[in-house]
Design a protein around this ligand. Sequence first.
Ligand SMILES: Cc1cc2nc3c(=O)[nH]c(=O)nc-3n(C[C@H](O)[C@H](O)[C@H](O)COP(=O)(O)O)c2cc1C
Length: 218
Amino acid sequence: MNVVIVYAHPYDGSFCKGLLDTVSSRLQSRGANVKVKDLVKMNFDPVMRPDDLKATKTKVYSDEVKQEQADVLWADAIVTIAPVWFAAMPGFMKAYFDKVFITGFAYDHTGVGKLQGKRVFSLFTNGVNDPFLEMSRQYDAIHYVMDCLFGMTGFIDVATKFFASVPTVTDEQRKQYLAEAVEFVDQIFDRQPGEIGQKGHCALLTKLVVKGYLNGAV
Ligand SMILES: Cc1cc2nc3c(=O)[nH]c(=O)nc-3n(C[C@H](O)[C@H](O)[C@H](O)COP(=O)(O)O)c2cc1C
């Protein structure tokens, strides 16, 4: 089992770093080959440069993007770890996926994602709790993006877990959160590919649009 962990947090004292350490050692102890993408330490360039975007047509990628794409192809599963910032993954994590999963590499206009059969397991930390998160539709906001990003590109499982009120909970609660993170990533080994599925319908809708069912062509 090959797993790429995409990690987006600027400093080591964070709870996200605790999740990274716990999850990567758990995955390795269960036999996975793990590559960690610490976007800040790697200094991953989050800017979509002209040549990066032209790659949708030229398929000429920067060395940095090419390396990440090779690792994505190598991976059976991707794990993401990040804080929620303004109801979203941090901009520099989104930028990683915009650049690496670019049109022509991760999906194209056939409506069939090019990363078929892969799985993604995402861990997000929150500063606040319900009912704020639910009522302000922060879960929905993240689920929509995950559904489009991974649904359009062919992933068959898109699993997401949130950890509420991280800065203010007790140490005991944080330990409990780490135990839940272990259970969450254990699904990579303990559940069949496709068993979790997706929360939205982006994969299906993309196919229907491309075939003309939803845009008047049929
Ligand atoms: C710019 C910014 C925006 C934030 N927006 C949200 C938000 O929309 N929802 C939320 O629950 N927490 C929000 N937070 C709080 C962080 O999610 C929280 O501090 C973090 O998840 C704690 O985990 P850490 O110790 O790993 O940083 C925000 C924090 C920052 C810096």
